[in-house]
Ligand binder design. Structure first.
Ligand SMILES: [Zn+2]
Length: 119
């Protein structure tokens, strides 16, 4: 195995402190419970049902496009928007809300992240 510690830091999450916060950890716990430990990535992309396992990650369905935390978190005004408006906003900014998060296994996440980098 070729593990380069410098390379590991260059993920899309980088040194973002948000991913160390209690808030994110709580949200992540909620998603794990909701998805019952099953990898949603493999389920949705290829119909394979398997337990996401020890190195499971909670991933954004639409990648978060903003570095600004205040924009990534669930906005207060959200309830005022209807479903299509909400969908549009998620699509544009990749919010950190349960609707835009899913539990995935490490392999799925690594594959997806690699694809996102190429684009
Ligand atoms: Zn998987």
């Amino acid at each position: 195995m070729n593990i380069n510690p410098r390379k590991r830091k260059e993920t899309h999450r980088g040194k973002d402190k948000y991913y160390q916060s209690k808030e994110w950890k709580r949200l992540r716990g909620d998603i794990k419970k909701r998805d019952k430990g099953i990898c949603q990535g493999c389920l949705k992309s290829s119909g394979v049902v398997h337990i996401a396992g020890k190195y499971a990650t909670v991933d954004h369905i639409i990648p978060r496009k903003t570095k600004m935390l205040s924009l990534a978190k669930q906005p207060e005004w959200m309830e005022e928007y209807d479903f299509f408006m909400l969908k549009q906003r998620i699509f544009e900014s990749g919010y950190d809300i349960p609707e835009n998060l899913m539990l995935v296994c490490k392999q799925y996440h690594d594959k997806k992240s690699a694809k996102e980098k190429i684009k």
